[in-house]
Unconditional design. Structure first.
Length: 364
């Protein structure tokens, strides 16, 4: 009987940690909360040695890495659900309501008064509160669920920000002071406001190199993914599928590589995230950036490289055929529309723009 009782509570804990709504407290959680309260009561004693404080933190938290620090007046719920990497700083007056896991990466800076909330409740009050609740049941009269929060490496969170349940903040990003983060934030960007939104992406160094035939599999995949997910907002499904089919012919890719100099951008995992091309006549044949790496400066980096190649070739201007999707980008980079045209993708004719940019023929 006792074994069945433990299994019931363990199952309830697992369901709660997986994001299900629950209205009962598991004994395991109650034990965590009790231990955390005792630790917090000792944590800010004025005569506490640094080594003693570190020992309390290690006892209270799930883990804390080397050279990491937690400031004064720190508040948390379970403690053991918090995992802190190396060389991360949590400043004074921070709150981590860790009903679920909170993962803090390496070299994370968290300013004072930042709050983390892993718990949430149903929006509809009929669902939020338990109908015909029995106060002797030992259960809560309201329903709660919890979702983990992940702060990846090298993130800086400004003072007074609030991070809500289920959020991930990507590597290298900066959250402006006073922000309320209601949706996950991608890597390498600055995001601010209530609700918190990306205002710009930070420059990331992607490795640029010349592409050859061994890169064709990655080029084909990137081309297909980009057209299906990025260009689909400006073209019909029938047009997109016809355009995508142009990338199936490997012989055609080899022919393009033979007459164009293709350059690709690679991330830190050596995965192709974008590519472009230039030929000796100043024709820019391609510009594609993977759907997951849009608005991160990759197209700008690639364009700078192919424009440099064009200058080396000694051409007076660059010509390109630009999709509806890419028109605005090229206009911002100084390209002018020469004409609007219909071009044949595979079987269908799609609308695009012939655009041109005059070069100054000075190597940069």
């Amino acid at each position: 009987m006792e074994k069945e009782h433990r299994q019931h509570h363990t199952s309830n804990y697992d369901r709660f940690m997986s994001g299900e709504y629950c209205n009962s407290l598991n004994p395991e959680v109650l034990e965590m909360i009790s231990n955390t309260k005792a630790c917090l009561a000792r944590l800010d004693c004025p005569d506490l040695e640094d080594s003693e404080r570190t020992g309390i933190l290690r006892n209270m938290l799930g883990s804390i890495g080397q050279r990491s620090a937690v400031g004064c007046n720190f508040l948390c719920q379970c403690g053991k659900h918090i995992f802190i990497g190396d060389k991360s700083v949590i400043n004074d007056n921070c709150t981590m309501m860790d009903e679920n896991h909170i993962h803090i990466g390496n070299q994370v800076l968290i300013a004072p008064n930042v709050q983390f909330y892993t718990a949430t409740h149903p929006i509809d009050y009929n669902e939020r509160f338990v109908e015909n609740w029995d106060e002797n049941s030992g259960e809560l009269f309201f329903r709660t669920r919890s979702l983990p929060i992940t702060i990846e490496d090298n993130v800086w969170i400004g003072g007074g920000s609030i991070i809500l349940a289920g959020i991930t903040i990507g590597t290298g990003s900066v959250i402006g002071a006073g922000s309320v983060v209601t949706k996950s934030i991608p890597a390498n960007c600055v995001a601010v406001g209530n609700p918190c939104k990306v205002i710009r992406y930070l420059k990331t160094d992607y490795k640029i190199r010349t592409l050859d035939e061994k890169d064709i599999p990655q080029m084909k995949d990137l081309f297909r993914t980009t057209v299906l997910n990025v260009n689909s907002k400006d073209y019909t499904e029938e047009e997109v599928m016809d355009w995508v089919s142009c990338g199936d012919n490997e012989v055609r890719w080899k022919e393009l590589l033979a007459v164009n100099q293709y350059v690709g951008a690679f991330n830190e995992c050596n995965v192709l995230v974008g590519f472009s091309s230039m030929n000796k006549d100043g024709y820019l044949n391609s510009m594609f950036v993977h759907k997951d790496f849009q608005h991160k400066g990759i197209a700008t980096q690639l364009l700078s490289e192919v424009e440099r190649i064009a200058v080396q070739y000694g051409v007076e201007y660059i010509t390109c055929e630009v999709s509806l999707t890419a028109r605005t980008f090229f206009e911002k980079k100084g390209y002018e529309i020469i004409k609007i045209q219909k071009y044949k993708a595979n079987k269908l004719e799609l609308t695009n723009f012939v655009m041109r940019k005059v070069l100054n023929n000075k190597l940069s």
